[in-house]
Design a protein around this ligand. Structure first.
Ligand code: OSB
Ligand code: MG
Length: 367
């Protein structure tokens, strides 16, 4: 398929409540949308939303790369193999392209390829994909509200809860985790995310104290990848570990077997789609499951992430981390992504991506 032009749009959607990224509270999720136009009049949509603090690239850097791509395509159309979109995409994206920009363009091309082949993007990635994927419920707040929300989400059909820890004292974290387990019973999976807030000694002490809470895994317990390797060196950690932030500083090829590390958390907005898939396949080689996770995208980005998850979780059936839409007060589509009974239907999710609400987007014209 021939791609003739790339249009850029910007959106700004308020968060329901300001969210802290690093030290700074953000009141709005800001990002770009690209429309990739094919020679036969079809449009593929993709979202580019660098996440402040987590992404290396700024909004301005992403925009300037998008403008350059738009100029490139105008000068010379892209010839994309509609059966191997991601492979032929690499011919046109420079190595130094930012992950969010790569993710948006890869998404737009997969969207176009799916329209060409009259299918959904998941089938373009693999013949083995799940029609439905399960989702972990992301819950935060103080102890009482976390437990109340967990019970509500379980009543809604969610079977896996993800709770942020490491913001309070070790003692309070342990008490919180124990009371969640006691309150929700043994059947529900609990995932924890420390976002690198403990030192090694504190992490070990936490693991000792919650060893009998049947935690599925804890994301990034310690301050960096080196500490994590240290943590896993002497003995198998008493709680299974997942890598998230660490994946931004290592290459898929250098992902090694670490004792006790069971899972890689993949955020394609921060890694690109191609690199996420490489991490997924390398992870499989070293016996790690993949969990696709959101970076607070709108429904457009989440729709593509659900396609990816339907492929990477096909065998493991592990829940994905796409429960972030409720943090936004608004959307850029008319048919928002829906999670029902704790699940996303990936065919319905693709309809989401086709329902852009143009009144929420501001076109960015060439200078
Ligand atoms: O640490 O996993 C994180 C969202 C934005 C930035 C960082 C993180 C997250 C999430 C996404 O937790 C939701 C999920 O993974 O369930
Ligand atoms: Mg995390």
């Amino acid at each position: 398929m021939i791609v003739r032009s790339l249009e850029i749009y910007r959106y700004s959607i308020p968060f329901l409540q300001p969210i802290l990224f690093g030290e700074i509270a953000h009141s709005n999720r800001v990002g770009f949308v690209v429309a990739l136009h094919s020679a036969n009049g079809k449009i593929g949509w993709g979202e580019i939303a660098p996440l402040p603090f987590f992404s290396n690239e700024s909004e301005e850097e992403a925009l300037s790369q998008l403008r350059q791509l738009s100029k490139d395509i105008k000068r010379e159309s892209w010839d994309i193999d509609e059966h191997d979109v991601l492979q032929s995409c690499t011919d046109y994206l420079q190595n130094d392209i930012s992950p969010s920009v790569a993710f948006g363009v890869e998404s737009g091309l997969l969207h176009l390829g799916a329209l060409y082949n009259d299918t959904i993007p998941a089938t373009m990635l693999s013949a083995d994909y799940a029609r439905e994927i399960t989702v972990n419920s992301l819950i935060f707040g103080d102890r009482d509200s976390i437990i109340q929300k967990a019970k509500e989400r379980i009543a809604d059909g969610f079977q896996t809860m993800k709770v942020k820890i490491g913001r309070d004292s070790l003692e309070n974290d342990v008490a919180l985790i124990k009371s969640i387990r006691a309150e929700i019973g043994p059947k529900i999976q609990i995932r924890l995310d420390a976002n690198r807030r403990y030192d090694i000694a504190t992490a070990r002490s936490l693991f000792d104290q919650i060893a009998d809470c049947a935690i599925e895994y804890i994301e990034e317990p310690v301050r960096d990848y080196l500490e994590l390797m240290q943590l896993c060196q002497e003995t198998v950690p008493k709680v299974a570990i997942a890598l998230d932030e660490s994946l931004r500083s290592i290459s898929p090829q250098s992902l090694i077997h670490l004792r006790g590390v069971t899972t890689v958390i993949l955020k394609p907005m921060l890694l690109s789609l191609t690199k996420s898939l490489l991490f997924a396949s390398k992870g499989k080689e070293v016996a790690m499951n993949s969990v696709i996770s959101s970076s607070f995208e709108t429904s457009l980005g989440l729709s593509m992430l659900s396609q990816l998850s339907s492929v990477t979780s096909y065998e493991s059936k592990k829940a994905c981390g796409l429960d972030t839409l409720s943090a936004l007060n608004g959307d850029i589509v008319t048919k928002p992504l829906t999670i029902s009974n704790g699940m996303i239907d990936v065919t319905t999710a693709f309809e989401t991506a086709k329902s852009l609400n143009m009144s929420t987007l501001r076109r960015i014209t060439d200078e």
